[in-house]
Design a protein around this ligand. Structure first.
Ligand code: DGL
Length: 254
């Protein structure tokens, strides 16, 4: 079963890593648009054009589904991608609905493009949740993650400054609305009150994948992964190995 993961950079590895725990015998393709990351500070038109090009490329590799492992690309471009491509496209939207099931108020962290996007506005309107969701753009974390900077003083100060804009005890959950933010759960955990639970969209995304491709649940044998960095095939190098190791450590943090 050949399935592609697409992200602006290496945030989407958090979705791939979880897929490696759940499924066997798959041929995964991971595409990081490393020449154009970050997407979150670009315009809707730019993000759409970049996403369409990347997904056309992935569709040409005869994948059975493309996971847009990027909330930003989903926000800006998912409708256009679905309209233009025959392959099933699974998007990722910040898991606000889930967060509001378990807490009265939540903090939604995402990129600027996701936070300012019409898709999020529509979602909050549908859920009648504008008053219950505090929005926080954390573009700095995308840069930190791409530079493999996880535990520095700069990361800590950045997160302390941004999260402390809110009266944290008023919130029961924090939505990780950008796949790059999964790398920073340890530092966030130290800053947030104990009762604040992390919510990400990874589980829902992979459940959707198994609904669309039920045979994925019964695959046997090792998974194979190929990596592409902006259309160039690349090997699992030291950077990718470091990122996957980091994600393994972050999986345990709730
Ligand atoms: N990882 C992406 C997301 O989930 C976006 C990061 C970026 O390129 O700004 O939104």
């Amino acid at each position: 079963m050949k399935v592609a993961f697409f992200d602006s950079g290496f945030g989407g590895l958090s979705v791939l890593n979880e897929a490696l725990h759940r499924f066997n015998g798959c041929e995964f393709i991971y595409f990081a648009d490393t020449k154009n990351v970050p997407y979150g500070v670009k315009s809707v038109e730019q993000i759409t054009a970049l996403s369409l090009r990347a997904c056309e490329f992935l569709a040409s590799l005869n994948v059975k589904a493309i996971i847009i492992a990027c909330n930003t690309a989903t926000s800006a471009a998912v409708a256009k991608l679905r309209a233009n491509l025959d392959v099933p496209i699974i998007g990722m939207e910040p898991a606000v609905k889930q967060a509001l099931k378990i807490s009265t108020n939540c903090i939604l962290t995402a990129t600027n493009a996701t936070i300012n996007g019409t898709k999020l506005d529509n979602l909050l309107t549908t859920l009648n949740a504008h008053e219950r969701v505090a929005k926080l753009a954390l573009p700095g974390l995308v840069e930190f993650a791409e530079n493999l900077e996880f535990n520095s003083q700069n990361v800590r100060e950045y997160l302390e400054r941004e999260l402390n804009r809110f009266d944290l005890k008023e919130y029961g959950s924090l939505v990780l609305g950008c796949t790059h933010f999964n790398y920073f759960k340890d530092t966030m955990r130290e800053i947030l009150p104990k009762n604040v639970v992390f919510i990400d969209g990874i589980d829902g995304t992979l459940r959707r994948l198994s609904e669309i491709l039920p045979a994925i649940k019964t695959g046997q044998g090792e998974n194979k992964i190929s990596y592409f960095c902006s259309y160039e095939k690349c090997e699992k190098d030291e950077k990718i190995a470091t990122l996957l190791k980091r994600l393994e450590a972050m999986r345990e943090i709730k």
